[in-house]
Structures are given as structure tokens and as C-alpha cells.
Design a protein around this ligand. Structure first.
Ligand SMILES: [Ca+2]
Length: 483
């Protein structure tokens, strides 16, 4: 608890200065590397009177706001949820302020001072027991104490608090999900204004096999239990096949909800004349963007006015990017707003896609191309402007990739030497990898040696920008400097 209080205090102290923004055991989430069902790749409160006591002179505190800067909009501390002893906080605050003033230069991250350079890395378990297959991970905005993970085939959001699994799940929708290898509960995201807005969102495949995006409410009286009866369905996207459901669900720095969907399944996106991913009149094979803070006449959400196809009669207005096969995971660079998308390949190429902040309506190529290689040559493809990936990894190549899983551009507090480095992995490969990004080109793609893992499924960034990951084997890890 002391660590947490320290973190909270740091948040309070740096409130104005900073921007420290961050498939089933034995079963596979098939993220859809190949079409065959038999081919099971995966992947397929603090009573914050204390705050008033914390009168830090921020001018005395010289920090690098760029290294660890809190997005003040993201920091919504819930004084109701955080039950701590205000007297303890006051005492801690005194200690921390003294430390900072005495040190004069170093920002103290939650787990210690920042480390220079690029230290060797290790994976620190976030839970020591056995969990069911996990597909996604998230934290309460402004509160890192508690880890929320999605158990794919159990249809539950589980809570890890202080390293312990809570007996009661946060959410149980086991009676609403379908159970195929790529199906189930696939993604979650808390409203960025939580707990002011007490909603969280899930991405699952429903009993009809459709992609289902819903909001659930968290009652004031039960801060760690969602109200199962509160479900508000935002989107239901019917699908021709069971695989390729996408599964990504993240709020962008713009406050809008982004959703990734697969091409509908099967192999080669053999849907209709041009395939689903190239067809802007369907929501499959896309990155969607909606405004959950608004509503329109016929939808429980609004379309952001800057969406690229708002007024295009040939396209659906939710579409933000398109031409994707099964973009299982995507993420945002909290500093720049750039977007990283990993698109699981058909038979040959796993690809890393990039969309700069402000770019909209990018066609990432599938099924016209798989990676850099032509896949289908038709009249439609010939007229489209296709955006190539940043790089590709050979499917079943020497690095063992089969279903690529992008992580995050590291913007964390503890290891500023890694700022500018994107971490990623793959469901089949045991490698954890990273590359450097200049803003327009990548370099130094390398394996993080001394770290191996099995069946990586998703990543998350905590408040301090430290990276966490989960696996369909049921493990939770934090990426940390090696001892
Ligand atoms: Ca592509």
C-alpha cells in the first residue's frame, strides 16, 4: 500500500507539471493466422483532505515533464474508491517532498528512480497463481492498484488486487459469449473519465457469433463490481465465419473509442466482390472510431465529426482505417497520438502498421496485399492507394511468428532510455521484441534477450507508462529492469 500511496502522492505533486500518461489455458485464441479450423494458431481517498496538505512547490521540483508527464485529463482519482488513511498520506507526502527536494533532480517513479540508458529487461509476474486464458488487461484511469483482465472463454473480467485474485469477478458475461478458439471475451477498456463516467466497455463474440461492443455501468455502491444488468449494446456486427473477430478496444488520446474488427473469417477474405476489408460498406476488417459520450437519432453513440467517411454515401461513418485482416491488437503513443496496429497475416506475413496522429482513412491493403506482397489483383485493388506496413515478420519463419501482437511505444517513467522504442511480440513466438522509431522509420528491430514467454495475447500501459502483458496461458507480467 505504501507504494501505491507514494504513487498517488506523486500524481498529486506533479499534477500540474507532468504527463505520465501509460486466449484459455490449454486452449488457443486463434487470432487467425490461417483459415483452417484445425490450424490452431492463436492467436489466433483517498479522502483527499490530504491533497490540501500536500503543498509542494512545483517550481522547486525540477523534473522532465516529457519523461513522466501525467495527462491531467486522464488522472481522475476517485476519492470515494481509494480508501486510505489520510494521516498516513500526509506523512508519506512529507517524506516524498523531502526526498524530492533533497535530491533536486531525480524524479522518483513508483518503483524507484529512473534508470539511465537501456537496462536489461525482465518480466515480473503480476500474479503467482493459475488464471484462465487471458486476452486483455486494463487499469482504472488514475488508479493502478488493481489489475483487470479478461478471461476469454470464462467470459469474465477478473480482478487482481495486491497480487491476489478477488473471489468475485468484476463482470461475468459467461452466458452471453460464444466459445470458439478466436471467440469469447476479447477486449476491455474503462471510460477515460472513470469514475466520473462510471462505464467500461467490452469487445466479445456473442451467442450468434457476432462481434458485440457493449458498455456496462459500475454502481457507486459497488466500485469493484459491474452491473451485469446494465449492458448497453453499442454495436453488433454480424459475421460470416467464426474466426477473425479483431478484439482490440482502446480509447484514443482524443477521448473517442477505437475498435478493431477482423475481415469476417475464413481464408483470403473471400467475401463478396472485393472482400470485407476493402468494402467500406461493412464494418469488418477495420479500425472503427465512435464517440461514446454522444448519441445520434439511430445509434447509442455519435460519429466524431472528423471521421473520414462521415458524409460518404459509399462508406459507413464509423470507419476510421480499413484494409485489415485481423488486427487483433493496436495501441496509441500517449505522447504523440500515433497509432500502432498489428495485423495478423494469412499464410506468409505478419505485419506492423502505423498511422500517424491526425491520419484518417488509411487503407492498409488487405486483401489486395499481404504485407508488401500482392495477394489479390483485381480492378478494385488497382485503383486503391494502399499503405504498406512499417515492416513484416515471416509467418512460421525463423522467429516463430504466427499472430503478431503489438505492444506500446514505451513512454514510461522508470526507463526513459527506452522512450522511442516500441515493444511487441507474437502469440506463437516465445520472443519479446522491440524496435526504435524515428517518427518516420524503424531501426534496430531486436529480440529482448533473456526474456521468453508463451502465448502473448495483449499489452497495457499503466499510469506511469510502464508496460504490462498477459497471455492465453493465464499469466500477467510487468516489463521491468532486470535486477
Ligand atoms: Ca496490410
Amino acid at each position: 500500500m505504501r507504494g501505491y500511496r507514494s504513487a498517488l502522492l506523486l500524481v498529486l505533486v506533479f499534477w500540474s507539471a507532468a504527463s505520465c500518461s501509460p486466449v484459455a489455458k490449454g486452449e488457443a485464441v486463434d487470432m487467425g493466422s490461417t483459415e483452417d479450423e484445425g490450424t490452431e494458431v492463436i492467436a489466433g481517498d483517498s479522502t483527499a483532505d490530504a491533497a490540501e496538505d500536500i503543498t509542494a512547490d512545483t517550481e522547486d521540483i525540477t523534473t522532465d515533464a516529457g519523461d513522466c508527464t501525467a495527462d491531467t485529463e486522464d488522472i481522475t482519482t476517485d476519492t470515494g474508491d481509494i480508501t486510505t488513511d489520510a494521516e498516513d498520506i500526509t506523512a508519506d507526502a512529507g517524506d516524498i517532498i523531502v526526498d524530492i527536494v533533497e535530491d533536486g533532480s531525480a524524479l522518483t517513479c513508483r518503483d524507484g528512480d529512473p534508470i539511465e540508458g537501456q537496462p536489461s529487461l525482465a518480466l515480473e509476474p503480476g500474479y503467482s497463481g493459475t488464471l484462465p486464458g487471458l486476452t486483455d488487461i486494463d487499469f482504472l484511469p488514475g488508479d493502478d492498484r488493481i489489475i483487470f483482465v479478461t478471461a476469454q472463454h470464462e467470459g469474465k473480467v477478473l480482478i487482481i488486487e495486491n497480487g491476489q485474485l478477488r473471489d468475485t469477478p468484476f463482470l461475468d458475461i459467461s452466458d452471453k459469449i460464444s466459445g470458439g478458439p478466436e471467440q469469447g471475451l476479447l477486449g476491455l477498456a474503462f471510460h477515460p473519465k472513470f469514475p466520473t463516467d462510471r462505464r467500461f466497455f467490452v469487445h466479445y463474440t456473442d451467442l450468434d457469433g457476432s462481434i458485440h461492443i457493449s458498455a456496462f455501468a459500475v454502481p457507486d455502491s459497488l466500485p469493484l463490481t459491474a452491473d451485469t444488468m446494465s449492458e448497453q449494446t453499442l454495436l453488433v456486427i454480424t459475421k460470416p465465419q467464426a474466426n477473425h473477430n479483431g478484439g482490440g478496444l482502446r480509447f484514443g488520446p482524443d477521448g473517442f473509442l477505437y475498435i478493431s474488427t477482423g475481415d469476417g473469417g475464413g481464408g483470403g477474405d473471400a467475401h463478396g466482390e472485393i472482400g470485407n476489408a476493402q468494402n467500406r460498406q461493412v464494418l469488418l476488417g477495420k479500425i472503427l472510431r465512435i464517440d461514446v459520450n454522444g448519441a445520434s437519432a439511430d445509434k447509442p453513440y455519435a460519429i466524431p465529426t472528423s471521421n473520414p467517411y462521415l458524409s460518404d454515401p459509399l462508406a459507413l461513418p464509423e470507419i476510421f482505417h480499413w484494409g485489415l485482416r485481423n488486427p487483433w491488437r493496436f495501441s496509441f503513443d500517449r505522447m504523440t497520438g500515433d497509432m500502432w496496429i498489428s495485423d495478423v497475416g494469412q499464410d506468409s506475413w505478419e505485419e506492423m502498421d502505423f498511422a500517424g496522429s491526425g491520419q484518417t482513412g488509411l487503407n492498409f491493403g488487405w486483401r489486395c496485399k499481404e504485407g508488401f506482397s500482392p495477394y489479390v489483383n483485381d480492378a478494385h485493388c488497382a485503383q486503391e492507394k494502399l499503405v504498406d506496413p512499417v515492416f513484416v515478420k515471416q509467418t512460421d519463419g525463423p522467429e516463430g511468428f504466427c499472430s503478431i501482437v503489438v505492444g506500446y511505444m514505451y513512454r514510461g517513467c522508470r526507463m526513459p532510455g527506452y522512450h522511442g522504442t516500441v515493444f511487441y511480440g507474437d502469440w506463437c513466438s516465445e520472443q519479446l521484441r522491440a524496435f526504435d522509431w524515428s517518427g518516420s522509420s524503424f531501426s534496430n528491430d531486436r529480440q529482448i534477450t533473456a526474456v521468453t514467454l508463451s502465448h502473448l495475447s495483449s499489452w497495457a500501459e499503466d499510469q506511469q507508462g510502464e508496460l504490462w502483458l498477459v497471455t492465453t496461458d493465464g499469466a500477467i507480467f510487468k516489463l521491468v529492469p532486470a535486477e
